[in-house]
Design a protein around this ligand. Sequence first.
Ligand code: ATP
Length: 361
Amino acid sequence: MSDVVNDLSCNLLHKQFDDFVAVDKLSFEVESGSFFSILGPSGCGKTTLLRMLAGFEQASSGDIFIKNARVNDVAPNHRPLNMVFQHLALFPNMSVAENIAYGLKRRKVGRSEREQKIKRVLQRVGLDGSEHKGISQLSGGQKQRIAIARCLVLEPSVLLLDEPLGALDLKLREHMKVELKHLQQEFGTTFVYITHDQSEALVMSDKVAVMNHGRFEQVDTPQRLYANPHSSFVAKFVGNTNVVRGRIGDVGANSRAKVELGDNLSVPASNPQDLAVGSNVELFLRPEAIELTGDATASQISGVFKELLFDGANSTVIVQTSVGDLQVRLPQQKPFELAKGSVVYLSWSSEQCFCLAAENN
Ligand code: ATP
């Protein structure tokens, strides 16, 4: 028996709208006190899944357990969880304290205990003393923290968060990613967070479930999703990568392969799925795994410098090659002085280049 305690688990959870399958027999567990994100493109079924967990949507079949109790037939307001919506759903005409008090009053918590809890939760979200402020007097980030405080004051086992940063501007989003992670750690509550933004999921989560067509393609730590994606979909969805179509030309020991990319070009790569000779694959090369070199003999491919993209923290060079344009991340310290149109040579180690079965598209 594992020692891991799970706050939430689902067994073959399924949702069908007429003959369209939105959530496809999902089984998974969320460890107590962890930050678990569900990451996937628009329409993959994230919201439907979250709505079933919250009780706003009835499952077609399968089970939902919270702290080992089956909750499928429990009304939303009686499930030991709470939900933060993208548009926060704060009461604009009430003060901060009244917003937080709302759920406590419904639970018949007495006045002095309410006041203590409100004071304490405001301290914990870094907004002590703001009890009497109006919601309209708060900044976007403060509103987020109040929306979370309002849920956490009820001490749910699980907090569901439905893209709560979606409506914020980029700078505040960046800031709130870190804040949300800190709040989750401070309270130790299990967070289930849905997003289509991979950078949010990677920064905040202990585990990320990458969702596609109603299924989880991989549930893993952010580091493993990035370094060892199990499918082409995950490799493309998590982090930035160059993708080149090819075919396995030869296989060797320890999951190694030669991948033919056409034009008599063949490169060594790792072949984690142990695909056979002749398989159609996609070759993945992260931009930071490629080096620009002046040495033609040590390179895997040559190309022409097309464009430099500078975004402050990083510089990326676009190189036109016989297998398409490749992005190469430059080391920060080195100034880049090549003229557009110059011939450049690209090299990478075979450990940092992997191939996976090609997606059918
Ligand atoms: P987004 O990120 O755009 O919100 P999502 O991943 O949350 O997308 P869902 O909203 O769960 O996706 O929708 C999954 C699929 O189920 C979509 O194709 C959607 O059209 C369909 N769907 C959702 N609700 C219903 C419904 N009530 N009736 C019919 N189809 C629905």
